[in-house]
Design a protein around this ligand. Structure first.
Ligand code: SF4
Length: 330
């Protein structure tokens, strides 16, 4: 991976933020694109929100992108573009928790901080027989303290990288390579036949179901866009006029609601297209989406919320994945 074995805090930080909730295979491509477009922190800090969100599009968890930009701008304007060099200062930056602060401190500045990600927690849980999940802040602290006590002061960066790689390659979640493992004589899970029990699994998440009915309002060659600014998923991304419901409703019901909210006569509106149902699964939510294309000729109430954009320019805007999926299907 291009971020391994380097000591550039900007690149290490960027890779850690991307990988916070993303698999390496998916994150690598995004990392390469970011480095190409924004090779250093000042370049990132000087970019517009929409351009950076467009580059982040599809990675999900958009608060990471918002914090990334805020931190880049803070370092660029307040710290002359120089990344802080101590764990405490790094931990104060937006979007950086104890794990990321430890990773940057250790890899970029060779400071003695143990890095505990999911891979490391699995290794420790199995070897030492730790029967608690790696979920709560309190439990994370227990893992962190143990990892810190094991840190080899002479080989800080190597130690952190080695134990993470060991978890990813040898002590894998399923079918770990115990037969070849140098720890098998001392490993609690191996000796007690608890490999499939440890680490203790996370609680099952109850998915919330959401039904999003989008209206693509066409007027001349333009379409109405709205920027999502509520505290919710897809913050700062763009969308179309939304009617959200807790169950599936018909297209006529969506249109009725739209007409009532915007004081539009349904006779002045023409339906152009009605999409099949599309789905997207997020960590805590199950999204079902339908798109209705309409053409209107009259002015809308509340139209100050809309940004009227030529249809040919839609590609420039960052959208949630499910909206892109619809646009690509046309
Ligand atoms: S013996 Fe198996 S479970 Fe134990 S550390 Fe090695 S690979 Fe992991």
């Amino acid at each position: 991976m291009p971020w391994k074995g380097i000591n550039d805090p900007y690149k290490i930080w960027l890779s850690e933020i991307i990988l916070q909730q993303t698999r390496v295979e998916q994150g690598l491509d995004y990392y390469n694109r970011f480095i190409k477009v924004y090779p250093d922190i000042n370049a990132l800090a000087g970019a517009s929100d929409d351009k950076v969100f467009k580059l982040w599009e599809g990675l999900g968890y958009y608060s990471r992108c918002k914090n990334l930009l805020a931190t880049a701008r803070y370092i660029s304007s307040e710290l002359n573009g120089i990344f802080p060099k101590t764990y405490t200062e790094i931990l104060k930056l937006k979007g950086i928790g104890p794990y990321t602060a430890a990773a940057i401190s250790s890899f970029a500045f060779a400071l003695p901080y143990a890095v505990v990600d999911g891979n490391v927690a699995r290794v420790l849980s199995r070897i030492f027989g730790i029967k608690i999940s790696f979920e709560s802040t309190l439990n994370k602290k227990i893992f962190q303290n143990l990892a810190q006590s094991l840190l080899d002061p002479d080989f800080l960066g190597h130690y952190n990288q080695a134990i993470m790689d060991f978890g990813a390659i040898v002590c894998k979640p399923a079918q770990p390579l115990c037969a070849e493992c140098p720890f098998k004589k001392n490993c609690y899970a191996f000796k007690n036949n608890l490999i499939h029990v440890l680490p203790v699994k996370k609680k099952k998440i109850v998915l919330k179901k959401r039904h999003l009915n989008y209206l693509l309002i066409n007027k001349g060659d333009k379409v109405a866009l709205i920027k999502r600014d509520e505290k919710d998923i897809w913050h700062q991304l763009f969308e179309f006029y939304l009617v959200e419901t807790d169950r599936n409703i018909s297209k006529n019901q969506v249109i009725e609601k739209f007409c009532a909210d915007n004081q539009v006569e349904s006779a002045n509106l023409k339906i152009l297209n009605y999409s099949p149902e599309l789905f997207q699964k997020l960590t805590h939510q199950h999204i079902s989406c339908r798109f209705i294309e309409i053409k209107i000729s009259e002015r809308l109430k509340n139209s100050h919320r809309f940004q009227w954009v030529p249809r040919s320019e839609l590609k420039k805007f960052p959208f949630p994945r499910i909206i892109n999926q619809y646009l690509e299907s046309l």
